[in-house]
Design a protein around this ligand. Structure first.
Ligand code: HEC
Length: 299
């Protein structure tokens, strides 16, 4: 019996999916939802969203109120139904048949030099538009440098999502992509961005969002892998903890990092993705009172 176990672990250790041992990493399911045109300006405008005083004065995170109903928000927005206290329609052209949310299971781990992320979900029913013909799926993760981007401890990626971006409500320029107001690359006031792309020959992206979105310059992403089995996707990132390139944050013990992630499903692009609310992570730093926190454990 002992022999069998030794042989099995040797096989596991040599497989590409074995580092780290995901069976030892706790999984958390996060509801990614379709945000439509819910920009930072919309969510932070009290006439649209009655929660603004709670967000500003009581420092309530989006996840604190919406982790439970994110699926319902996505379903309403994608159907073009009016939402918020202003009864705004946040999707002017509802895509037919497209799901309003997807549950995604996220796992994390780290070792002496690297951090690992693993995402798993089942592809939902798609819509009719194929906007990115190369990539069936893209998965993007953004994180700050441990409290370096104002508000991202509550809202994750919303600091980068504005009403004047392409495909958003007040777009004037169809090339304009994410940015952070008063960004400062030298001071760490930016979001690091890594992205997996499923298209054949497409390269993983290691970029960042500062006063604009740059899809290159980072050197910390070692590997982004994806695999579709039936309709189930598994995407993994392997990234060095140290910051080595432009727009790379280093990840160290003791800090709390703010992050959010998004999945572009069914050949979509721009805002036509499913997004997470803001979450946080730290390395072996349990924070049982924080609802939107993931403790990354060492292997
Ligand atoms: C204190 C709780 C609370 C917090 C924190 C909060 N919201 Fe809300 N949110 C609400 C309530 C209540 C509504 C219902 C409409 C209203 O009252 O404005 C709502 C509505 C929404 C809607 C429209 C969907 C609907 O069903 O009306 C979106 C989108 C949304 N919130 C996003 C966010 C984001 C993003 C954040 C973080 C920046 C956030 N919310 C923070 C309570 C909250």
């Amino acid at each position: 019996m002992k022999k069998v176990i030794i042989v099995m672990s040797a096989v596991l250790a040599s497989s590409a999916w074995a580092a780290p041992d995901w069976s030892r990493a706790p999984a958390r399911t996060v509801k990614l939802f379709y945000p439509g045109q819910a920009s930072l300006e919309w969510v932070m405008n009290k006439p649209d969203h009655s929660a603004v005083p709670d967000i500003v004065d009581k420092k309530r995170s989006c996840a604190k109120c919406h982790e439970g109903d994110a699926n319902e928000i996505g379903e309403k927005i994608i159907k073009g139904q009016p939402v918020g206290s202003s009864q705004s329609v946040l999707e002017p052209t509802p895509p037919k048949g497209k799901a309003g949310f997807i549950p995604v299971s996220i796992q994390t781990a780290y070792d002496a030099d690297k951090i690992y992320f693993r995402f798993e979900w089942t592809s939902p029913q798609g819509g009719e538009k194929k906007l990115d013909t190369k990539n069936e799926v893209k998965l993007t993760l953004m994180f700050d440098g441990g409290g370096t981007v104002d508000g991202s401890n509550q809202n994750g990626c919303w600091a980068t999502c504005h009403t004047d971006l392409r495909t958003m409500k007040s777009a004037k320029d169809d090339k304009k992509t994410k940015y952070i107001k008063d960004a400062d690359l030298a001071a760490g006031k930016f979001m690091d961005l890594i992205q997996y792309r499923s298209g054949k020959g497409e390269k993983a992206v290691d970029g960042h969002v500062a006063s604009g979105r740059e899809m290159e310059g980072g050197k910390a992403l070692i590997k982004a892998d994806g695999k579709k089995d039936g309709s189930k996707w598994v995407v993994t990132f392997e990234r060095s903890l140290a910051s080595t390139g432009k727009g790379d944050h280093s990840i160290a013990a003791g800090k709390t990092y703010n992050f959010g992630f998004a999945v572009h499903e069914d050949y979509s692009n721009a805002r036509f993705h499913y997004v997470s609310l803001g979450y946080q992570f730290g390395l072996d730093k349990p924070m049982p009172d924080l609802k939107n926190y993931i403790n990354v454990t060492k292997q």
